[in-house]
Ligand binder design. Structure first.
Ligand code: SF4
Length: 260
């Protein structure tokens, strides 16, 4: 795969990874790599060839006589004490994040939505498909077909998003903690990685909220589907409070539409 100057840096860092529906596949190096399994080999070979020419040009000694990049960049070995301190801090951070009410709610939503979809997703899908196929009065049938199509789409959306939402919230929380300790983080309070994750969580939670409300009209246990919609609305509120700048984050490619 050749590098395309039209690729947008970091476009895949804040997307929903739903490539088959993505309008920006032609701008995405991650998608191109995924479509081209030989890409890594091609890329490594191209880099090696370029390095070889550079070595010849500069009459540098062959690579094997010089320290490797890994050796040059190798950090000093941490002491036993430093390792223990790091592990203790990581465990404490992990426990704190897992116990955070927002994270607990997000995790419970992922598990319960997954269970609902396993138990009732198939029956809801069949119901919608039967309704689509039924004939009858032309106008009424057209309306039912429209709604049935929307329900089938809603099932796909909640299935796709159910795990991603908690994953993105976790990533945002973790990233924020690291950023608060990192003195190299710049002054811009918006374009920070954790805000990008939080914004994506908000977008997913919004579309899944709408999807559950629709599913509630067609599926079994409508009160459970409505409860999922309410849980997601609460989660969105939690995320907005924890990440007040998330909405302003510009997701490369998606919030800055590239020229056609
Ligand atoms: S930006 Fe689009 S094509 Fe690239 S990984 Fe994300 S969803 Fe897939």
């Amino acid at each position: 795969m050749a590098w395309d100057p039209d690729f947008i840096d970091f476009i895949d860092a804040y997307c929903d990874r739903w490539c088959e529906r993505c309008p920006l596949t032609h701008k995405c190096a991650a998608f191109a790599r995924q479509e081209d399994p030989d890409e890594m080999d091609d890329c490594a070979a191209a880099v090696e060839k370029a390095m070889e020419s550079l070595r010849e040009e500069l009459a540098m000694p062959p690579a094997r006589q010089r320290p490797s990049v890994e050796e040059l960049l190798a950090p000093p070995e941490p002491s036993e004490r430093e390792i223990q301190d790091y592990e203790r801090a990581s465990r404490a951070r992990d426990e704190r994040q897992r116990a955070d009410p927002m994270m607990v709610r997000a995790r419970e939503y992922s598990v319960e939505a997954h269970l609902w979809l396993r138990m009732y997703g198939g029956a809801t899908r069949e119901h919608a498909e039967r309704a689509r196929a039924a004939g009858g009065d032309a106008l009424e049938a057209a309306v039912v077909k429209l709604e049935a199509d929307a329900v089938l789409e809603a099932l796909e959306v909640v299935t796709w998003d159910s795990v991603l939402i908690s994953g993105k919230i976790y990533r945002a929380m973790d990233g924020k903690e690291w950023a608060e300790e990192d003195e190299s983080v710049g002054d811009d309070p918006v374009q920070l990685d954790f805000n990008g994750s939080a914004k994506l969580a908000l977008i997913l939670a919004e579309r899944s909220t709408a999807a559950w409300r629709l599913i509630a009209r067609w599926g079994p246990e409508p009160e459970v589907a409505m409860r999922f919609a309410e849980t997601l609305a609460r989660l969105r509120h939690d995320v907005e409070v924890a990440f007040p700048n998330a909405r302003q984050f510009r997701r490369p490619g998606f919030d800055d539409p590239p020229s056609p």
